[in-house]
Design a protein around this ligand. Structure first.
Ligand SMILES: CC(C)(COP(=O)(O)OP(=O)(O)OC[C@H]1O[C@@H](n2cnc3c(N)ncnc32)[C@H](O)[C@@H]1OP(=O)(O)O)[C@@H](O)C(=O)NCCC(=O)NCCS
Length: 143
């Protein structure tokens, strides 16, 4: 396991197939195809990807209106690289582009991780999938 971790906000050279297979092997695959992963990252307001030995070992991205409201998703560090500050670094890279904005997110069990970054529980969030998960036009890049 490499000790050197590099971070990038660029998406031009991302191997989306590798991201998909690494996420799947680490049990953090939510069903997106490599193409859907690319579209979701490219359509984000800001992204951060961590690499070790040229391989993807962490992701984070944020949706934002660029003024007041932002929503963080896809925060993940490869299991063997956890507790080394990698996800915190990626979130701080996103924060650098979110000055003045309210940032929201959902989490099942990473509460302590987000609390150490200053997040506080908020009133109940509600969610709904419109139609069938990953089966809309917006999931295929058709607009
Ligand atoms: C949550 C997750 C992204 C954290 O990634 P990470 O790179 O290990 O996080 P960091 O090393 O930056 O953690 C910084 C601090 O957050 C807290 N923290 C992180 N993971 C924690 C855990 N599992 N339990 C308790 N505290 C935790 C600790 O205070 C930690 O500091 P310490 O290691 O000095 O104690 C990672 O565990 C992960 O990918 N989990 C699966 C995916 C997931 O749940 N993502 C969030 C979806 S909303």
């Amino acid at each position: 396991m490499s000790n050197e971790v590099k971070y990038s906000t660029a998406l031009e050279n991302v191997d989306w197939q590798q991201m998909k297979s690494t996420l799947a092997a680490d049990c953090f695959d939510n069903g997106r195809t490599p193409r859907q992963l690319r579209e979701s990252f490219e359509n984000s307001y800001a992204t951060a990807i961590a690499y070790a030995d040229e391989r993807i070992i962490g992701t984070a991205r944020v949706l934002s209106d660029g003024v007041c409201n932002a929503y963080i998703v896809d925060v993940w560090t490869l299991t063997t690289y956890r507790r080394r500050g990698i996800a915190s670094t990626m979130i701080k890279m996103l924060f650098a582009k979110l000055e003045g904005e309210h940032v929201y997110l959902f989490t099942d069990d990473a509460i302590e991780f987000y609390e150490q970054l200053g997040f506080k529980p908020q009133p109940i969030g509600l969610g709904k999938v419109v139609g069938q998960w990953l089966q809309g036009e917006s999931s295929h890049g058709v607009r």
